[in-house]
Design a protein around this ligand. Structure first.
Ligand code: PMP
Length: 402
């Protein structure tokens, strides 16, 4: 039997997409002009689907730090920190980042995906149970698989459903880990943290929050949803990524547990992969200093997000979430019309993410925008205008004339 035959369905779906225009899941940025502009298909395009929340990717100080690290430490680490040792930059980043997070311990990973794989499989083992919000990111599901723990899914953002499932699991052996996200990546909604913490007080599990999309964005210090909610003391472990607000590549896990440091010797996605490159670590460090020193970036992001949200609401678009966040998704009727609208938007000069099942909650078809602090008012207004001409006309209909 041909092993690749099982992917025939994917090939057919992809061919249908290509027949409608560009490859929506394989766009090439031919040239990057700024955090919010690229040349795509020969055209200058506004980028509204990059997760570049702070717009920090072209920051002169971050670039200088990355260049210096290349000079000082070379292009790569050529192995894992366990096998090859750390570079001084890794430990400096962990030290400073722990301070930023106000946590005793921080471990950096090569990507955010690996941070979830590592933390979840380090924390939970085959005798334990992991309770996951049904809308959890794939890296959280994969972390759960790697851990070998029993998986229990609860309804999205539903603390009462978690309570019910924990009650059912009472008396079972092993530890219990509950995993939430600060801002959910597809619809931009937030976990109702205080409700979950009530359940935590009742059942006594350990709680991990993935702040991938909320780190840098929410809270007085930019530490995420728990910072915003004033509930950091109730969160045992925080996970996140350097690939969004920090504008680099990498991930982190942090906590105060006295045994936390020993996770380094228990997490295969930390032990058996090359540590992040000097340039990535140095740009992350420089960016975190910037985020700490420049809270106005967060303020600007809030204003931009509200402007886009209000503009879409005025157009009557069906958004996945009633809360303003930098993730703003527009619900579309079906896959062909979503692809057609996505194409029309790109042709008119705006790039957003296309998000289709199975990667979306409740099998939704979405045009997902992520707002940046680097967008100008004119950028946001242009995005609204283009959605107005393309999506509002096609919304609710089978397809749009692209
Ligand atoms: N967690 C969440 C919630 C995410 O959305 C993502 C990436 N989109 C990750 C983790 C993985 O981060 P990275 O891209 O750094 O691997």
């Amino acid at each position: 039997m041909d092993l690749l035959e099982k992917h025939r369905g994917i090939a057919e779906r992809h061919a249908r997409m290509l027949a409608m225009g560009v490859n929506a899941v394989g766009v090439t940025n031919e040239q990057m002009i700024s955090p919010t502009r690229a040349i795509i298909d020969g055209r200058e395009t506004i980028l509204a689907g990059t997760n570049n929340y702070m717009g920090i990717t072209f920051d002169a100080d971050c670039i200088a730090a990355g260049k210096q690290a290349l000079e000082d430490f070379g292009t790569g680490t050529t192995g894992s920190r366990i096998a090859n040792g750390s570079f001084a930059l890794h430990t400096q980043l962990e030290r400073e980042f722990a301070q930023f997070l106000n946590r005793k311990h921080c471990i950096v990973f090569t990507t955010g995906y690996q941070a979830n794989l590592g933390m979840m499989s380090g924390l939970a083992g085959p005798r334990d149970t992991i309770y996951l919000d049904a809308d959890s990111h794939s890296s959280i599901y994969d972390g759960c698989t790697l851990s070998g723990a029993k998986l229990v899914r609860f309804r999205h953002n539903d603390a009462a459903d978690l309570d019910k499932r924990l009650t059912r699991g009472e008396g079972e052996e092993g530890g219990k880990l509950v995993v939430l996200e600060g801002i959910y990546s597809m619809l931009g909604d937030r976990a109702p943290l205080s409700d979950f913490i009530e359940v935590k007080k009742k059942h006594g599990f350990q709680l991990l929050v993935d702040e991938a999309h909320s780190f840098g964005v929410l809270g007085d210090h930019g530490r995420g949803l728990a910072d915003e909610a004033g509930l950091e003391d109730d969160i045992d472990f925080v996970v996140g990524t350097f690939s969004k607000s920090v504008g680099a590549i990498g991930g982190f896990g942090a906590g105060n547990h006295p045994l936390f440091e020993y996770l380094r010797y228990a997490m295969r996605p930390y032990m058996f992969t090359a540590s992040s490159s000097p340039a990535s670590v140095a740009t992350s460090l420089a960016a975190i200093r910037k985020l700490a020193a420049e809270p106005q970036r967060r303020q600007r992001l809030r204003e931009n997000s509200a402007r886009l949200f209000d503009g879409f609401r005025a157009l009557g678009l069906d958004m996945g979430c009633g809360q303003v966040s930098p993730v703003i998704a527009v619900k579309c009727p079906d896959e062909p019309s979503t692809i057609a609208m996505w194409n029309a938007l790109l042709k008119s000069g705006v790039y957003v993410n296309i998000a289709l099942p199975p990667g979306t909650p409740n099998k939704l078809c979405l045009l997902r925008c992520s707002v940046s602090a680097a967008h100008s008012d004119a950028d946001i207004d242009r995005i609204i205008e283009l959605f107005g001409s393309v999506v509002a006309q096609g919304h609710g209909k089978q397809a749009v004339n692209a």
